[in-house]
Ligand binder design. Structure first.
Ligand SMILES: Nc1nc2c(ncn2[C@@H]2O[C@H](COP(=O)(O)OP(=O)(O)OP(=O)(O)O)[C@@H](O)[C@H]2O)c(=O)[nH]1
Length: 955
């Protein structure tokens, strides 16, 4: 036995009840019933059938048959049995339960067939003999000794040699091709994936010879002998070669030649088979070639050495199965209704599929088996055995069989994973295309992985940021007009939120909303649009707060920075001063040993622009920005508005794939179909590839800047998705937020959600910001690191909130307050803003939060704000602030703080609130009032008096 055979024996060395039952076309229950009657140990369908048990069961069948035969002989006086299967004979033996009886009665019919068998292939010993009466056959069988026999021995007395002479000799004799007689696993596995060679041969084993010839391009299939399912595997998927030969088994020869494009069908054994099915497997799905040869003829299931000569007499159905599939079945009919069309046609009881007549279609001409196996299937995820079978145009049982052959026990409803699906499909020679659908409702979160081969270089997308008046807009305009692509010169430039220029035959896309606000807003909305940022610094001015903000925003986004030192035309320009100043922010010029590119430009005089563009291309080349243009488009809405003439328009940056006219899409929570597409030169486009900005019409509503954009196969789907997204958004607005807040920081840390605690510091003076930074840096809590992503001086701005939102950061205001817009944004974006006046408190709060000890029992709730319009100084009471309540309400019991230019100048208790000389409890928005504050009288016009209370909050 070969090594391969050895390797596969573990899987094949046990016949279980259900397998055995299946081999007999019986139910497990029936076999279990029989085993129990025979006092054999059996639990359930998975119990192992020991050879002794098999023998017993077969002996049981034999006895029944013998009884029935005797009875029939009595009735008919031993007359020669005609080919017709009499109903009486079918019902004659009824000692057992239904299925068993059916089989048995069929079995009994076997010997009545008057079939002359001729082996047309390798069975020289095949003889043509007239049918013999059952009794005689029995005798013959019994008289056959278990003598040794050589392979394919010309034992003329043994017709069954036609089927099993190469491997399936019964009994304990030597013979066949040496394969595994009397071994439980003899000959198994022979020929798996072997390019050539002879399949395994087996004898006297429960599943001997099964593996012979799987996937072998050439060679002889497995041969089996004396086994319930012998020879099954012979020749699966073999392009050429001889099918498996089976012998002495209930379903001998089944496997021969499955799916073989050419070659000879399996030779079915069929000796001693209860159903006498010869050579079933021969030539399944074979476009060409010889049919399987039907096997031997013994009508007996007995696994003994009997049956040599007798088999020929009657019970054979399968000999000479060579291309006999078209012939009508004139022979005796047998029921072997296992649901497979291939098994149901029995040409003359001689064909390769012999022995398996469908009793319902007995007189119909057998149909040509058309192989309608698809070449390729599309798989969109796991599926059940049944679904896969449908997709493969196969019977579920065929798929199950394949699974079993691969060592997987499965039912029709069992879910198959992707690997198994691929394996099974390849077993059937079917190509699989895996298409996992995107999580359509949250398509922006799905990262599509493209094949490296499908990617092509795309233009980089650049954003310009910098301090006010440093020349961002001028630079953008200068670049736009300097580098208009050849043929498009003279086109009417359109503002579509971005434009493209071309230099050295390479394109660059510029987002033309300068400033980090737009940049960060996009990021806060989850859109990562920019590849490269240009920080513009005026050489005559220097590094300013917004320069620093811009640097921090770019860094937080992890986007490469190029510094454009602008206005170098100015006499007081000092580029080196800028370089020097920026080293503080880790932007060190290359000439100083750093890795930041600095370019001196004059936007106004258009100096250095080309170099700047070349540097952009250089960075782009290094980073190798690529996209797959051959798929449906995905991108981001840069701007959108309701145009009077065109309706809703969206300016979209295509980032992946190609957007085409007519494409149905979802943008944020809106949907539409691209009606028209215009580029930044005002030209109408039919399609737009990666990094192309376009203005599109055809939307139903106006999406938001930063909204994700994606094309779907049809408008109905797009609408459904946009509807679901709207609902989801509303739900999430109502539900909990996932932003980091100090209150649940510990939870996040514990869950491992965050490792860096991002903090933005805004303070009244640079000194306190630095002090705070230094103190926070010293906090050491295991598992989390504090990362100051931005710090600055002044009120907390909307831009700070956007940055916090984009970076999941907490904002700490030290002696400063949020601007009204920032306050609103913080509420909307659910950014945690902590306001303090004492550094120690900040440190303690953060530390406690990190340790999970934060006690948020009290929380400050701002009630309203009043603006000081007049100041009345009274000698007795000090100063009264004549105020207008500009938001919320002011109450007498609240605590107050006085804010001047975004900075808290005093915090204390409210003293009185008056309306026209009367003390009142509260004053609402839009009303005037007079306010006095305990121990404070230094009001100034324009001060904001903020009233707040400390409320207990549920944890
Ligand atoms: N001399 C000189 N002036 C320039 C240059 N670039 C821009 N300016 C001038 O600087 C002023 C501000 O330029 P903008 O382009 O509006 O600056 P910005 O950064 O876009 O300003 P905001 O939009 O307010 O943030 C304008 O008067 C420009 O003419 C330059 O290279 N040289």
């Amino acid at each position: 036995m070969s090594k391969q055979q050895d390797n596969s024996k573990d899987n094949k060395d046990k016949t279980r009840v259900y397998e055995y039952a299946k081999s007999l076309n019986m139910s497990s229950k029936e076999i279990i019933t029989i085993l129990k009657r025979l006092d054999m140990p059996v639990n359930n369908h998975m119990s192992v059938m020991e050879p002794a048990m098999v023998n017993k069961v077969e002996g049981f069948f034999r006895d029944i048959k013998a009884n029935a035969a005797a009875k029939r002989a009595q009735e008919s006086g031993g007359a020669t049995v005609s080919a017709a299967s009499s109903p009486q004979s079918q019902t004659a033996s009824k000692p057992q339960a239904s299925q068993a009886n059916k089989n048995l009665s069929q079995d009994r019919q076997g010997p009545m067939n008057s079939i002359k068998t001729t082996s047309e292939t390798n069975q020289s010993q095949q003889e043509q003999r007239p049918a013999q009466p059952q009794s005689q056959q029995e005798n013959n069988n019994q008289s056959q000794p278990s003598a040794s026999a050589s392979e394919g021995s010309s034992n003329n007395t043994r017709p069954q040699n036609s089927g099993n002479n190469q491997g399936g000799y019964q009994g304990n004799r030597q013979g066949g091709q040496g394969g595994g007689y009397n071994r439980p696993q003899g000959g198994q596995g022979g020929g798996y994936n072997r390019p050539q060679g002879q399949g395994g041969q087996g004898g006297n084993r429960p599943q001997g010879g099964q593996g012979g010839g799987y996937n072998r391009p050439q060679g002889q299939g497995g041969q089996g002998g004396n086994r319930p399912q012998g020879g099954q595997g012979g020749g699966y998927n073999r392009p050429q070669g001889q099918g498996g030969q089976g012998g002495s088994r209930p379903q001998g020869g089944q496997g021969g030649g499955f799916n073989r494009p050419q070659g000879q069908g399996g030779q079915g054994g069929g000796f001693n088979r209860p159903q006498g099915q010869g050579g079933q497997g021969g030539g399944f799905n074979r476009p060409q070639g010889q049919g399987g040869q039907g096997g031997g003829a013994s009508s007996r299931p007995a696994p003994t050495s009997r049956g040599t000569a007798a088999g020929e007499s009657t019970n054979r159905k399968g000999n000479n199965a060579v291309n006999k599939n078209k012939t009508n079945n004139t022979g005796h009919q047998k029921r072997f209704d296992d649901g497979k069309p291939n098994f149901r046609t029995n040409p003359n009881g001689r064909g390769g599929k012999g022995g398996r007549n469908n009793r319902h279609q007995s007189n119909q001409p057998p149909r040509e088996k058309i192989d309608n196996t698809p070449k390729k299937i599309i798989v969109r995820g796991t599926m059940t055995v049944g679904d896969l079978a449908k997709l493969l145009h196969k019977d579920a049982s065929e798929v199950i069989k394949k699974l079993i052959s691969l060592g997987v026990m499965a039912t029709i409803n069992q879910e198959l994973d992707m690997d198994t699906i691929l394996l099974i499909a390849s077993e059937f020679g079917v190509e699989v295309e895996v298409k996992i659908p995107v999580e359509e409702d949250t398509f922006e979160t799905v990262e599509e992985v493209d094949d490296e081969a499908d990617l092509t270089t795309r233009p980089p997308v650049v954003t310009i940021m910098g301090h006010v008046d440093h020349g961002k807009t001028t630079l953008l305009d200068a670049i736009r007009s300097t580098n208009v692509t050849g043929g498009e010169a003279g086109g009417i430039t359109q503002h579509i939120g971005a434009y493209q220029v071309e230099i050295n035959q390479k394109k660059i896309t510029f987002l033309d909303t300068p400033g980090h606000e737009a940049f960060t807003l996009m990021r806060a909305r989850g859109a990562q649009v920019t590849d490269i940022t240009i920080i513009v610094v005026a050489a005559d001015d220097g590094v300013m707060p917004q320069t620093v903000e811009a640097v921090n925003h770019a860094k937080a986004a992890g986007v490469p920075i190029i510094v454009a030192v602008n206005k170098i035309d100015k006499p007081d320009a000092d580029p080196d001063k800028i370089k020097q100043a920026l080293t503080e922010y880790e932007l060190v010029p290359e000439e100083w040993g750093g890795d930041t590119i600095f370019v001196n430009v004059s936007a106004k005089q258009r100096l250095g622009l080309e170099e700047l563009l070349e540097m952009i291309l250089l960075v782009a080349e290094v980073n190798d920005y690529k996209a797959n243009p051959d798929k449906r488009a995905r991108g981001t809405v840069i701007e959108a508005e309701l145009d009077k003439g065109k309706g809703p328009v969206a300016r979209v940056l295509v980032q992946h794939g190609t957007l085409k006219i007519g494409d149905a899409f979802v943008a944020g929570n809106t949907f539409g179909r691209v009606r028209a597409m215009v580029n930044d030169k005002g030209r109408r486009l039919k399609e737009a590839g990666p990094s192309t900005p376009v203005e599109i019409t055809g939307l139903t509503e106006v999406p938001l800047a930063g909204d994700p954009f994606m094309v779907f196969e049809d408008e109905r789907k797009a609408r459904a998705i946009s509807d679901r997204r709207s609902i989801k958004q509303r739900q999430s607005e109502l539900g909990a937020n996932s932003r980091v807040t100090l209150d649940d920081l510990f939870k996040h840390i514990q869950e491992g959600d965050i490792k860096d605690l991002n903090i933005i510091i805004k303070a009244d003076v640079q000194g306190s910001a630095e002090a705070l930074k230094g103190s926070l840096a010293k906090i050491e809590i295991e598992g989390v690191r504090i990362k100051i992503i931005h710090s600055g001086v002044g009120a907390i701005t909307e831009s700070d909130i956007n940055l916090a939102s984009a970076s999941n950061a907490i904002v700490i205001g030290f002696n400063v307050r949020p601007e009204p817009q920032a306050d609103l944004a913080a509420q909307q974006e659910k950014v945690d803003v902590r306001l303090h006046r004492v550094i120690y408190n900040v440190i303690e709060e953060i530390e406690q939060a990190m340790k999970g000890m934060l006690d948020p029992i009290f929380k400050e709730v701002v009630q309203g704000q009043a603006e000081v319009r007049n100041i009345f100084k009274l000698s007795k009471v000090g100063a009264i602030a004549g105020c207008m309540v500009i938001s919320g309400k002011i109450t007498r019991n609240s605590e107050v703080r006085v804010i001047r230019g975004g900075i808290v100048v005093f915090e204390g208790k409210m003293d009185t609130v008056k309306r026209f000389k009367d003390d009142v409890k509260e004053v609402a928005q839009g009303y005037e009032c007079g306010i006095t504050i305990e121990r404070f009288s230094d009001f100034k016009e324009g001060d904001i008096i903020e009233a707040f209370v400390m409320e207990s909050v549920e944890r």
